[in-house]
Ligand binder design. Structure first.
Ligand SMILES: [Zn+2]
Length: 331
């Protein structure tokens, strides 16, 4: 009888919790292990591969782009964990340690992530600030609460004016800007990891050409969409809206409006009631957004603006945004 059978036998025999516990503990500390458990032979343990250089990207859509440019030459780490709102996140000590090991960082700037990199203590020379080189613009949407706030210093709940509130940092929701970003990322990576430079540049060129074609394809599709406004609870799609002339009424209050007062909600539904709103778009279902959609007799759509699901390329993520807008405006 091997020890497992013995343990089971004794448990049945004595039917006592303590007895079972005793034999289970004996088993788990390995008293009986040696004759029965095969011990892996040392020769079979493979030697660890040399770790690849780590590159940081602040948000997952940028990480998707950087990952494709890197291919096998680096590991890309997204600073904001998947499924976490950029408005609520602050780096934890463990995340700071991980991010410190990065040889380069692809950041937005414009007040969006600057504070996080200061907190991490990233070497400023290793950071590529994408926002300033991607023709940043003022907010596209009509901000209904007058409180467009983003990034670490954001105070979305209190209605204070955000210190960097005049420029929209969400540059990643635009194929044209990401085409430019791909080339800039490759150039930056080539300086840090010159051994892989030719690969970075070839792949970035392929991406920028592919995104230019994608832009044209979406422009062609857009011709059959209406121009009815969409209400959003996180003002994240400004560059997308501007690119295709799509009106957006933004509420700028987190992802589903959970922090809006009843008075504010009533005020908005009155204002939106004459706007012929096509849909309410949120990143997570629920909250005040549901009530607003009900009052406006319109549909609520959940769009993954943070690429929190698994995508292999930036294009795959972007196309789910495009397809949702298409289904809203083709109704
Ligand atoms: Zn945002």
């Amino acid at each position: 009888m091997n020890p497992y059978e013995m343990s089971a036998f004794l448990c049945r025999r004595f039917n006592a919790v303590l007895g079972c516990l005793f034999w289970s503990i004996l088993l788990s500390v390995g008293l009986f292990n040696s004759p029965f458990e095969p011990v892996p032979a040392l020769a079979n343990v493979s030697t660890e591969a040399t770790p690849r250089p780590v590159i940081i990207a602040t948000v997952e859509p940028i990480a998707l782009l950087v990952r494709e440019i890197c291919d096998d030459s680096c590991d890309v780490l997204t600073l904001i964990p998947k499924g976490v709102s950029e408005h609520d996140w602050q780096p934890k000590p463990k995340e700071i340690v991980r991010a410190k090991n990065a040889v380069a960082s692809m950041a937005i700037g414009l007040g969006f992530d600057d504070g996080w990199f200061k907190k991490i203590g990233t070497n400023p020379k290793s950071i590529l600030w994408l926002g300033p080189i991607l023709s940043p613009m003022s907010w596209w949407s009509d901000d209904m609460t007058g409180s467009a706030k983003h990034g670490p210093e954001a105070t979305t709940h209190k209605g204070h004016e955000h210190e960097h509130g005049s420029v929209d940092p969400h540059v990643w929701v635009d194929a044209v800007r990401m085409g430019v970003a791909a080339i800039a990322v490759a150039r930056h990576l080539s300086q840090v990891l010159p051994a892989y430079a030719s690969g970075f540049e070839v792949r970035a060129k392929i991406i920028s050409e592919r995104l230019a074609a994608l832009q044209l394809a979406v422009e062609a599709r857009r011709k059959s969409w209406s121009s009815r406004p969409v209400v959003m609870f996180h003002d994240v799609a400004g560059y997308f809206g501007r690119r295709f002339g799509l009106p957006i009424l933004a509420v700028s209050s987190g992802s589903s409006g959970h922090d809006l007062s009843a008075r504010m909600m009533g005020d908005m539904s009155r204002r939106f009631s004459t706007a012929n709103v096509a849909a309410v778009v949120v990143e997570r279902d629920g909250g005040a957004a549901k009530n607003l959609a009900r009052e406006l007799k319109t549909t609520i759509y959940v769009v993954d603006f943070a690429a929190s699901k698994n995508y292999t390329k930036w294009d795959d993520w972007y196309l789910q945004v495009v397809k949702t807008w298409e289904s809203i405006l083709k109704k």
